[in-house]
Ligand binder design. Structure first.
Ligand SMILES: [Zn+2]
Ligand SMILES: [Zn+2]
Length: 174
């Protein structure tokens, strides 16, 4: 099988996902061994693994980022799921991307490519789509996600969350 569905694995953390990727690649029976180093619960890919992370609205992609996966680990924000350290062509520096709002996730073992599609999140300030790699912030009261710059700018002017209207202290934000 060339393409496997890994959507249900992502929310369970890195372990099962990486195992599925590894098994799928090994079933291709290529001569080259696929090398992964495990450090605590972070999996470092010593062999190339590519990822394409897109955001699609009614089936058509509105934003896409692709690159080489350096590691996959647990999320550090306490949420279930994974974080991917991606060295992308679009961004100059590798960056960490937390995977959520999953629409679909597939792994193509022949291409060694992880295909992730996310449901778009709309910034409550600028009404634009929050793209992968954008710096985000979450309202501590309602949990709405916004562009960090836009949220903090709004907070500076209005003193409230743009979504729930709750008064928030700017001091608690970094
Ligand atoms: Zn925005
Ligand atoms: Zn809020």
């Amino acid at each position: 099988m060339v393409e496997i569905d890994v959507k249900n694995l992502i929310d369970n953390g890195p372990e099962k996902l990486v195992m599925a990727i590894n098994n799928a690649i090994n079933s291709e029976r290529t001569k080259e061994a696929f090398e992964i180093t495990k450090v605590l619960r972070t999996f470092i890919f010593d062999s190339p693994l590519k990822a394409e992370i897109s955001i699609s609205k009614s089936g058509s992609p509105v934003s896409k980022i692709s690159g080489t996966v350096k590691w996959i680990g647990d999320r550090r924000d306490g949420k279930k799921g994974i974080e991917i350290f991606l060295d992308s062509r679009e961004n100059q520096k590798p960056f960490i991307i937390g995977i959520d709002n999953l629409e679909s996730a597939k792994f193509n073992s022949e291409k060694r490519l992880l295909l992730i599609s996310q449901v778009p999140l709309v910034c409550p300030v600028c009404k634009g789509i929050i793209k992968p790699g954008d710096v985000k912030i979450k309202c501590p009261a309602c949990g709405v996600v916004a562009h960090k710059d836009h949220f903090l700018e709004y907070l500076k002017i209005h003193g409230t969350c743009p979504s729930c209207g709750k008064r928030l202290s700017t001091k608690s934000k970094k």
